[in-house]
Design a protein around this ligand. Structure first.
Ligand code: IMP
Length: 430
């Protein structure tokens, strides 16, 4: 039996939803290990559209255990809303099908307020966040002033934790010209939401250990993408969690040895939302066309995504930092009809050719992409279910991508439909 980690290999929005859904159907446990409700997964099952941003994708399938690990930051009010919405759609959610780690830090309304205040403050500070309080909640976690799920069980502990957090937040808010936090109102809101959250609270590390020993299949569902990783992403234009595969272990409490296969989700071109460097970004008709054909608008914020050619340098980097065992290549059909395709194979930095993106911001800004051109294909690849269905030039493109990123294609997705997939390697059986 294998345990599989799925991570986005670019800046998020690689089309994880369909792949995660396909894998979660065959898993016993589906666990989230980082991020929060900044993620946006759309699942289409039997014609019904489910939009998830906090709960693991497995929740919509009966008979599975869905787990929120300690590496996630959890907005309890959002949790209540998402559960209610799914229940209205007929999804059964019980303490047997959903467990939340007791040591998960909470996102409070003050985190969202701070996130948005900073974003609106001035252009120097702007990251282009989702405004959902993710960064400030993680800051409180490492600042040792977070309120965690287990704290909701005892009124005295909760009040003490809130007081500890407010010493910091009120000082910060004063500096930003914001009103101090209404402590009693916050405590009252927390007391109201506590019973729902506590219903699902569990020692997740222990449950996962038991499942693993019983030979159950665990799917670790990553959110965002490895280029948004707090350490290895395009800092500071990143999210505030570790996104790379190693986080599956620390974000749930399972040892790294329990992970058997890391699957990277890779889009056949590149997109990003929010601010930050993007060497292969296109500002021309080709970029426009990628955005239109790929329906590149954010699921959470509705923002238009920036588009560019496939950047093999960055994906080779994320395949290395996540230890990818294979990739799922998505949205190949968006490239149908381009006469010529380009792949970024290196960067030119002041006349020197680099095979990676340097961390220094000034060097990043001076990096210009070095492109390799490949002939496109006029035929449609949409809905292809075997290699034989693909035009020769499309196969050449995929093979060149594999070569450049030094990682093999395990799955090739050719439309949002689940059946439109070419399976090369099954991550659970590998
Ligand atoms: P935050 O996670 O809201 O703090 O946003 C930080 C950066 O990550 C911004 O550039 C966001 O656009 C980006 N981001 C966060 N979540 C996602 C996602 O699920 N897909 C793509 N980008 C994301």
């Amino acid at each position: 039996m294998a345990n599989v980690v799925v991570v986005g290999a670019q800046w998020g929005d690689e089309g994880k939803g369909k792949i995660v859904d396909w894998l979660s159907e065959r898993a016993d446990v589906i666990a989230r290990f980082q991020g929060g409700h900044n993620a946006g997964h759309t699942l289409v099952i039997d014609g019904k559209v489910y939009k998830l941003s906090l709960l693991p994708s497995g929740i919509v399938r009966g008979g599975k255990l869905s787990v929120i690990g300690n590496g996630v930051v959890l907005d309890p009010w959002h949790l209540v809303k998402e559960i209610a919405l799914l229940r209205e759609m007929g999804v059964e959610i019980t303490p047997e099908t959903l467990m939340i780690a007791e040591n998960t830090p909470l996102i409070l309304p003050i985190h969202g307020e701070l996130d948005r205040a900073r974003e609106n403050q001035n252009s120097v500070a702007k990251i282009g966040t989702t405004g959902r309080g993710i960064g400030p909640a993680y800051e409180d976690k490492v600042g040792r002033r977070a309120i965690r799920v287990a704290d909701l069980a005892d009124a005295a502990t909760l009040a003490a934790r809130v007081d500890r957090a407010l010493v910091h937040h009120d000082a910060l808010r004063r500096g930003l010209g914001m009103e101090p936090v209404d402590r009693d109102a916050l405590l009252a809101e927390l007391a109201k939401v506590a019973p729902t959250v506590l219903e699902y609270a569990a020692p997740v590390w222990r449950v996962l250990d038991q499942k693993r020993r019983a030979g159950k299949r665990i799917l670790f569902e990553g959110a965002q993408g490895a280029l948004l990783d707090i350490d290895f992403g395009t800092y500071p234009f990143v999210t505030s969690s570790n996104v790379i595969a190693g986080q599956a272990a620390t974000g749930t409490g399972i040892g790294p040895g329990a992970i058997d296969f890391v699957l990277g989700i890779v889009k056949a071109y590149t997109t990003r939302v929010g601010e930050g460097p993007f060497p292969a970004e296109l500002h021309d008709a080709d970029g426009q066309r990628l955005g239109e054909r790929g329906h590149e608008f954010g699921t959470v914020t509705g923002r238009k995504r920036r588009c560019g050619w496939f950047d093999a340098v960055l994906v080779r980097q994320t395949c290395a930092t996540s230890g990818m065992n294979g990739i799922a290549l998505t949205k190949l059909d968006v490239l149908d009809g381009f006469e010529t395709l380009k792949i970024c194979v290196g960067y030119d930095l002041d006349g020197e050719q680099l095979d990676h993106l340097p961390f220094a911001a000034d060097a990043q800004a001076r990096c210009t992409p070095i492109y390799e051109e490949m002939p496109g294909w006029s035929e449609s690849t949409e809905g292809a279910r075997s290699w034989a269905d693909l035009p020769a030039n499309a196969i050449k493109y995929v093979r060149r991508v594999e070569e450049l990123i030094q990682c093999q294609v395990a799955l090739l997705s050719t439309s949002p439909e689940r059946e439109d997939t070419i399976l090369v390697t099954d991550p659970f059986e590998d």
